[in-house]
Write a protein that binds this ligand. Structure first.
Ligand code: FEO
Length: 396
């Protein structure tokens, strides 16, 4: 690639990872980008680096603008290795005068065994540094995505460099929101929020309120993954407000796995009931859908209905996987139910219920268990459960 000007004397110098397909358990089926930004001013400043295998791309981009040795400052907005993986290489080459990071960023870099004698300078929310004509204001954003995370705001350029927040895992050679399909962009952003930030929704709400209170004038948001919000920064801010409020639609997700199709037949009957109540419903087999695709649908679904056969006195491993993953991401205020077939012991429904209760979901039913194969009466009961949940969704 080559550097891309995003503002006067500010360039994207990151890397595109077209082929990554798993990002710590998240299906990145269209790859991702690691965005880094170079600010040319009296103090030449690099904001973030890239994942280690892409350090050559980063340095090649920088070299097309300046000799990397001329970089004065390095800002480390986030220490996760997809951004900090090249720091040591860059520091060895550049020997920056200062490395700006949050207090937690400093601790984290030391815990990652970065040399203690690097020229770290710890900064706090509201603190500003001058680069010459431009200034950078720091905003700590704890847990968005790690305790060390922070934003860098450039008031003269109305530019917010937002680290992981407002990003997407989507590899493109376009760099700006107005160069791609907006619906696809928002779908990737929703998936990213659902799978990375949903559990931190209360902090996102607080951050949005704090940013508003600080009166930051923002006309561009440059995240560390995916596209830069040049034309529609408000679109992603409004979406984050909606997602972090955990606003849901009149929508249900039926998630299931099955051994000999009995649980699958029950799932179809529940979907039939929901459909008769005009509820938008996604039927998601755990054999056909990655956990991160399921979480994306959970993001705005009011009802989550889970079915599993019983295998060796347990729910199927795929169901344990999605429930563990979902519980960690903390969706709240959902209607839920469990169902499943069994041959002799039938523990799966009870185990699913336990997860649903731990997530403090409202159980619409004690669950439906069917011995071996569902009878017509069993399927009718499943259909009625779907209708009942549909009515409950509409009452909310
Ligand atoms: Fe993109 Fe939390 O790292």
């Amino acid at each position: 690639m080559f550097p891309v000007a995003i503002k006067e004397n500010i360039y994207w110098v990151g890397a595109i990872d077209w082929n990554i397909r798993d990002f710590h358990g998240y299906s990145t089926y269209k790859g991702t980008t690691y965005n880094a930004y170079l600010i040319l001013d009296e103090k030449i400043t690099l904001v973030d680096t890239v994942k280690y295998p892409f350090r050559g791309e980063l340095l090649n981009n920088i070299r097309q603008l300046i000799d990397p040795a001329k970089i004065d400052y390095l800002i480390v907005n986030h220490v996760e290795m997809d951004h900090a993986g090249s720091i040591q290489e860059v520091v060895n080459l550049v020997k920056p005068e200062k490395i700006f990071c949050s207090a937690m960023g400093h601790k984290t870099m030391l815990a990652y065994n970065f040399p203690a004698d690097y020229p770290y300078e710890v900064v706090k929310t509201g603190q500003t540094i001058s680069l010459g004509k431009k200034t950078v204001q720091f905003i700590e954003t704890r847990m968005l995505h790690w305790p060390d995370s922070m934003f860098s705001y450039l008031p003269q350029d109305k530019l917010l460099i937002s680290s992981d927040a407002f990003g997407e895992h989507w590899a493109t050679n376009e760099r700006f929101d107005d160069q791609v399909d907006m619906a696809e962009l928002m779908a990737h952003a929703a998936k990213y929020y659902a799978n990375i930030l949903l559990l931190y929704s209360p902090l996102v709400q607080k951050l949005l309120a704090d940013v508003q209170q600080m009166g930051l004038d923002i006309d561009m948001i440059a995240p560390d993954h995916g596209l830069i919000w040049r034309s529609n920064p408000q679109a992603i801010i409004q979406a984050y407000d909606r997602w972090s409020r955990q606003e849901t639609a009149q929508k249900a997700v039926v998630i299931y796995d099955t051994m000999w199709h009995s649980t699958e037949k029950m799932a179809h009957a529940i979907v039939e009931g929901l459909t008769r109540e005009n509820i938008s419903t996604r039927l998601m087999s755990l054999k056909a859908n990655h956990r991160s695709e399921i979480m994306t649908e959970v993001l705005d679904a009011k009802a989550i209905i889970c079915g599993s056969s019983t295998l060796n006195n347990n729910m199927l491993p795929t169901m344990a996987d999605i429930l563990t993953y979902m519980k960690g991401l903390k969706p709240v205020d959902r209607i839920a139910a469990a169902f499943g077939s069994y041959g002799w012991s039938g523990e799966a429904v009870g185990q699913i219920n336990q997860y649903l209760e731990e997530m403090k979901f409202t159980l619409a039913s004690p669950g439906i268990k069917v011995l071996y194969g569902p009878s017509a009466a069993d399927l009718q009961q499943c259909l009625e459960l779907g209708r009942q949940i549909g009515r409950q969704i509409k009452e909310q």
